[in-house]
Design a protein around this ligand. Structure first.
Ligand code: ASP
Ligand code: MG
Length: 467
C-alpha cells in the first residue's frame, strides 16, 4: 500500500519519541508499504517560536539569545538520544546548528526593525518543522532505512499568499507533489516532509494555519492518490466526548468524513478543520492513531456512511472561549439584506462565525464567535449598523459555551432534539440559543459557561455513548 503517515508534535517530542516513530515507520515498510512521512514541530516549539517573535518585535535581544540557546539544546539533545551512528550524528548536528543560526539572524533582524509582518512570522514559525523533519529523517537513516528530508516547498506544495492561513493551489500542487515525490518512492526512498509549511509561487514560505501538518498530510496523500493517510497523535482516536469531562468516553472505531469534519470544526482534539477536505474529495481513508499505543487501530474516517441501528448521536463536544453576539431591532423585520450586512462586516474583519441563529420573527440575529475576536467584531458592527434605523441594539454575552452533538444517524430520526433538550433540562441547564444545520448531522446549542460540562455529561448518558 501507498501510505502517508503524519506524526504530530507530541509523537516527535524528544529522542525516544523519534526512535518510537522510526520503529513504526520501519514496521510499516517491512509489511511492504511505501511511505511518505510528514512531521510536525516538536511539541511546544511552534508556540515558543511565536513567543520569541513577539519578544523580538519588542526589541528584546536578551530573550532572543536565551531562546536560541534553549532551542538549540533541545534539538541537539533529541539528536543525541535518537541517533547512534557517529557520522550520521555529526551530519545532522551540523544541519541543526545551521538552521538555528538562521533563526538567530531572522529574530535579530526582527528585533532591529521592530516589525513583525504576517510574512515574516510565517518564516519564523516554519523553523519548528524545519528542525524536527531532518532529525526524523536521520533517525530513519540510523536504523538502516533509505530516507530524504524535504520542506513542504521542496515537496511541491504551493499556496496563495494569505500568510498565517495559506490555502493550497491544489491543481498545481498535485502536479508538483507527484513529480517530486513519486521518483523518490520508486527508488525506495522514504520522503520525510515538513508539515505545516509550504510556499507561494514566488517561493516565499507560508504556513497552512496552526495545526496545519494534518493538512499537509492530506494534501500530499491526495496528490499521490495514497491508499490511506495516517494521522499519528497521542490519543487513541476521536472520542465520544472529552474524557476529562466524561471519564467513560470511548474511542470511536469508525466515523464518516462529514461527521469528522463537524467534529473538527468544533475543535475535537488533534484535527485541523480543513485537513479532511482533500482526502474526502479523493475518497482516501484517514486513520487517527496513537504513537504511544500502536496496537490500537484508532479511528477510521471514510466515505462509507455505515449507520448502525440505534446509533443516533456519536459524539458530544464542548467549545469554550466563545462569545454570543445578539443584534436586534424591530426595523430588521422584513428588511432584506440585514443578515448579509452583518456577516459581510464580520467576514471583512476576519471574524469567523461558529454558530448562527435567527428567529422567525426576524427581530434578532444571534451568532457565536471566538472570544478573542469579540472586541474587533463589536466595534466593526457598531460602526456599520447602528444609527441607520434598522438595528437598534448590539449586545454581547461572554459567559457562554457551545455544546455540539454530532451523528449521521440523527438525519431523519424524529425525536432526537426532544431527547437532547429533555436530558439537559433534567439537569436544570438553561439553553440560550439553538442551531441545527439542514444536514442534520449536528445540533449545537449555547448554555452558560458553568453549565457546559453538565450538559455534555447529560447527553453522553442519554444516548449511551459509553457503550
Ligand atoms: N507546528 C504547527 C503547530 O503547532 C503545525 C502542527 O503541529 O500541525 O501549529
Ligand atoms: Mg501540533
Amino acid at each position: 500500500m501507498k501510505l502517508v503517515m503524519k506524526f504530530g508534535g507530541s509523537s516527535v517530542a524528544n529522542g525516544d519519541c523519534m526512535k518510537r516513530v522510526a520503529k513504526i515507520v520501519s514496521d510499516s515498510v517491512n509489511q511492504g508499504n511505501r511511505l511518505v512521512v510528514v512531521v510536525s514541530a516538536q511539541e511546544g516549539v511552534t508556540d515558543q517560536l511565536l513567543e520569541a517573535s513577539e519578544e523580538a518585535k519588542k526589541g528584546n535581544l536578551n530573550y532572543t539569545r536565551e531562546f536560541i540557546e534553549k532551542i538549540k539544546e533541545r534539538h541537539l539533545n533529541t539528536v543525541k538520544d535518537a541517533i547512534k551512528n557517529q557520522s550520521l550524528k555529526k551530519e545532522i548536528e551540523s544541519i541543526v546548528k545551521s538552521i538555528v543560526e538562521e533563526i538567530e539572524k531572522v529574530l535579530t533582524g526582527i528585533a532591529y526593525l521592530g516589525e513583525l509582518t504576517p510574512k515574516s512570522l510565517d518564516y519564523v514559525l516554519s523553523f519548528g518543522e524545519r528542525l524536527s523533519t531532518p532529525i526524523l529523517c536521520y533517525s530513519l537513516l540510523d536504523i538502516g532505512l533509505n530516507s530524504k528530508f524535504l520542506s513542504g516547498k521542496d515537496a511541491g506544495i504551493v499556496t496563495d499568499s494569505n500568510y498565517g492561513e495559506a490555502r493550497p493551489l491544489m491543481g498545481l500542487t498535485k502536479y508538483q507533489v507527484k513529480q517530486k515525490l513519486e521518483p523518490l518512492l520508486d527508488k525506495g526512498i522514504i520522503p520525510v516532509v515538513t508539515g505545516y509549511i509550504a510556499s507561494t509561487q514566488e517561493g516565499f514560505i507560508t504556513t497552512l494555519g496552526r495545526g496545519g501538518s494534518d493538512y499537509s498530510a492530506t494534501i500530499i496523500g491526495s496528490s499521490l492518490n495514497a491508499d490511506e493517510i495516517c494521522i499519528w497523535t497521542d490519543v487513541d482516536g476521536l472520542m465520544t466526548a472529552d474524557p476529562k469531562i466524561v471519564p467513560s468516553a470511548r474511542t470511536m472505531p469508525e466515523i464518516s468524513f462529514q461527521e469528522a469534519i463537524e467534529m473538527a470544526l468544533f475543535g475535537a482534539k488533534g484535527l485541523h478543520p480543513r485537513a479532511l477536505e482533500p482526502a474526502m474529495e479523493e475518497g482516501i481513508p484517514v486513520r487517527i492513531r496513537n504513537t504511544f499505543n500502536p496496537q490500537n487501530p484508532g479511528t477510521l474516517i471514510d466515505n462509507k456512511q455505515k449507520i448502525k441501528a440505534g446509533e443516533i448521536v456519536k459524539a458530544v463536544n464542548l467549545i469554550k472561549n466563545v462569545s454570543l453576539v445578539n443584534i436586534s431591532g424591530a426595523g430588521m423585520v422584513g428588511a432584506p439584506g440585514t443578515a448579509a450586512k452583518v456577516f459581510d462586516v464580520l467576514g471583512k474583519n476576519n471574524v469567523n462565525v461558529l454558530m448562527i441563529s435567527q428567529s422567525a420573527s426576524e427581530a434578532n440575529i444571534s451568532f457565536i464567535i471566538k472570544k478573542t475576536c469579540l472586541g474587533k467584531a463589536m466595534s466593526a458592527l457598531e460602526i456599520a449598523l447602528l444609527g441607520q434605523g434598522i438595528v437598534r441594539e448590539i449586545t454581547a454575552d461572554e459567559d457562554v459555551c457551545i455544546v455540539a452533538i454530532v451523528g449521521a444517524g440523527m438525519r431523519g430520526t424524529p425525536g432526537v432534539a426532544a431527547r437532547v433538550f429533555n436530558a439537559v433540562a433534567k439537569k436544570g441547564v438553561n439553553v440560550i440559543m439553538i442551531s441545527q444545520g439542514s444536514s442534520e448531522l449536528n445540533i449545537s446549542f449555547a448554555v452558560k459557561e458553568k453549565d457546559g460540562e453538565n450538559a455534555v455529561k447529560a447527553i453522553h448518558e442519554e444516548f449511551g455513548l459509553s457503550k
